[in-house]
Design a protein around this ligand. Structure first.
Ligand SMILES: NC(=O)c1ccc[n+]([C@@H]2O[C@H](COP(=O)([O-])OP(=O)(O)OC[C@H]3O[C@@H](n4cnc5c(N)ncnc54)[C@H](O)[C@@H]3O)[C@@H](O)[C@H]2O)c1
Length: 245
């Protein structure tokens, strides 16, 4: 029970990898709050006493502040923020609209900025907190058709490193990042459903297979637990061995 008495907020956890990480944290005794844009709680949440769902748009500071107030009122603490919410709007650059660009940057990069900023006063008051950002292999590898997504994810990794140096000066706060490869859940599922695309990707994987959500969740549990207290500013690649190109 590595996360007993820990309160973990996972943005965008209604499905996909966020759901896998929520279940992983709950299995280790954590109290988990997941968020999403919909006003309707996902059906699966009703089955887990330790998981709650709140509505949030990570691109909106007001919406995020309200979520954090609610979390604090309910649990009187917030220990871990997981910046997981993400979208893609893939197009070749010549066809990418300003809206495609702005939506992805707003959710995937400004979202982690907003959520980290909003949680900081709570972390400072507590004298403790962990931020864990979810980037992507696309942060350090070129994907044609993902100028917006690759740029946002590269930004998330740099945000991780800057905050990891700044925030420990004002509290016992660490900031780390998990860089997933391709997973069976969420966006990865969509990628693999396009057979031709997956055939092209597959040889890049030493493991020869995508990851499973629980294999990402175990890394998150480690970074969210006290076992990782001396790890800060790290980007943990979880991809089964992924070639560069
Ligand atoms: N699945 C993969 O193979 C893979 C690989 C690399 C990185 N990632 C990253 O993992 C994270 C989770 O992705 P996923 O694959 O589970 O995708 P997904 O589409 O299944 O889940 C994304 C979640 O984010 C939520 N969301 C989207 N915009 C939001 C907003 N503005 N405010 C609040 N919530 C919002 C959605 O409701 C959903 O719950 C993303 O950051 C993604 O970039 C996924």
């Amino acid at each position: 029970m590595k996360l007993r008495n820990r309160v973990i907020l996972i943005t965008g956890g209604s499905r996909g990898l966020g759901k896998s990480m929520a279940l992983g944290c709950a299995a280790e005794g954590g109290e988990v709050i997941i968020t999403g844009r919909s006003s309707v709680q996902p059906e699966w949440v009703y089955q887990y006493e330790q998981v709650s769902y709140y509505q949030q748009d990570v691109g909106c500071l007001e919406s995020t502040k309200k979520v954090l107030e609610r979390v604090f009122n309910q649990y009187a603490q917030i220990d871990v923020l997981v910046n997981n919410a993400g979208i893609n709007r893939d197009h070749l650059f010549k066809d990418m609209s300003l809206d495609d660009w702005n939506e992805v940057i707003n959710t995937n990069l400004t979202g982690p900025f907003i959520c980290s900023k909003a949680v900081l006063p709570y972390f400072i008051d507590q004298g403790y907190g962990k931020i864990i950002n979810i980037s992507s292999a696309a942060a350090t590898r070129v994907n044609i058709g993902q100028a917006n997504y690759c740029t946002a994810k590269a930004g998330v990794e740099m945000l991780t490193k800057v905050l990891a140096i700044e925030l420990p000066r004002i509290g016992n706060i660490t900031v780390n990042c998990i860089q997933p490869g391709v997973f069976e859940e969420g966006m990865g599922e969509e990628l693999m459903s396009r057979e031709k695309v997956w055939d092209k990707y597959k040889p890049r994987f030493a493991s020869g297979r995508p990851g499973y959500g629980n294999e990402l969740a175990s890394s998150l549990v480690f970074l969210a637990s006290d076992e990782s207290n001396y790890i800060n500013g790290h980007v943990l690649e979880v991809n089964g061995g992924l070639m560069w190109v």
